[in-house]
Ligand binder design. Structure first.
Ligand SMILES: C[S@@+](CC[C@H](N)C(=O)[O-])C[C@H]1O[C@@H](n2cnc3c(N)ncnc32)[C@H](O)[C@@H]1O
Length: 326
């Protein structure tokens, strides 16, 4: 990488930085907004003249802040937040990292350099694609990093085990159905922008004045399940209402239902707390697949069953398409 400084982001800051980003300086959202005038992420490509001096590219391509991008202009993630995002995603050498709208390639290059992952950047601006390839060669990771010139809304990224984003709330929302359909356990990390009603599993806030969020794609378990192991007084059938990683467990009698527990998924890891009337609460943890959930339930100390662990196994009877309760 030629870029050794921390490039600016649109992060909130209370500092009073100079209006134009300077190489090596700590630059804030306020300074950038002041410098860029009306130019905001997710908008057009208007760059104030006072900001046109810094070249984030190389000797072959001069890259300015707010360079053209199809649906959002180029603004770089800082090296610090990029590393924090990749760390939070717990990237291992077997992972395949996709950066959607990869700019100058910083995130895929760091994923390969620091975590040994294979990484792919999808970028619409051909000049940025060419720059990214040169940056990857300079970083010595061309064998593990590739850049594709394309539109993130058309390109396939279903092989990803980690997806990184720095796009904006609206674009994230447009991508959301495809993110939700990724393999269970896939980590999605977004610099600064959320995914609407899909709340994050973690907020990454250890970089001053910057933050990102992590989501872990949950397995789909919404539907009706048969309880295979007799854990009294749990009923034989349980309905699971799923809203992304959040679960509600119910029993149903005709039109009426009773909530019997709450749960949470992290990919295929499941934790539930069962609150059946008249019984001590049971906490159960284990693994969820689309057809079978296997957990070990532990009654709290002091209950009639002591702390003896009980296998709690469920088998799917019916899928409930549409993950939220009507
Ligand atoms: C805010 S920048 C983020 C760059 C990089 N991911 C980072 O974090 O430093 C967004 C990037 O998305 C690219 N982009 C915008 N719309 C796109 C689209 N439809 N398909 C592919 N890339 C797109 C822009 O050219 C820009 O480089």
């Amino acid at each position: 990488m030629t870029r050794t400084d921390n490039p600016p982001t649109l992060e909130a800051s209370t500092s009073d930085d100079p209006p134009c980003p300077l190489p090596g300086s700590t630059r804030s959202r306020r300074s950038l907004l002041r410098a860029l005038g009306a130019c905001v992420i997710g908008g057009g490509g208007v760059l104030a003249a006072s900001c046109s001096s810094t070249n984030y590219g190389d000797e072959f391509y001069t890259l300015r802040l707010a360079a053209f991008g199809k649906d959002v202009m180029w603004m770089p993630s800082s090296r610090a937040i990029s590393l924090a995002m990749l760390e939070a995603a717990r990237i291992a050498p077997g992972d395949v990292v996709y950066d959607l709208g990869s700019g100058d390639g910083i995130i895929p290059i760091l994923a390969a350099q620091h975590f040994g992952a294979r990484a792919v950047g999808i970028e619409y601006n051909p000049d940025l694609v060419a720059l990214s390839r040169r940056n990857a060669a300079r970083a010595g990771v061309s064998d593990r990093v590739s850049f594709r010139k394309g539109d993130i809304f058309l390109e396939d990224f279903s092989e990803a085990s980690v997806v990184t984003l720095y796009l904006g709330e609206d674009l994230n929302q447009r991508l959301r159905p495809r993110l939700e359909a990724l393999k269970p356990g896939t980590r999605v990390v977004s610099n600064r922008f959320g995914l609407g009603s899909w709340g994050p599993d973690e907020v990454i806030d250890r970089v001053p004045n910057e933050y990102a969020m992590l989501w872990i794609v949950p397995v789909q378990v919404g539907g009706v399940w048969r309880v295979l192991t007799p854990v009294k007084p749990l009923p034989e059938r349980i309905e699971i209402i799923q809203s992304n990683q959040i679960l509600e467990l119910r029993t149903r009698s005709g039109y009426f239902h009773t909530v019997v527990g709450q749960g949470r998924l992290r990919g295929q890891s499941i934790n539930v707390v069962l609150e059946t009337t008249g019984a001590a609460k049971l906490s159960a943890s284990g693994t969820a697949e689309t057809e079978r959930i296997e957990t070990i339930a532990t009654p709290p100390n002091g209950s009639s069953k002591g702390s003896e662990a009980i296998p709690l196994i469920l088998e799917r009877l019916r899928v409930r398409p549409g993950i939220t309760d009507p």
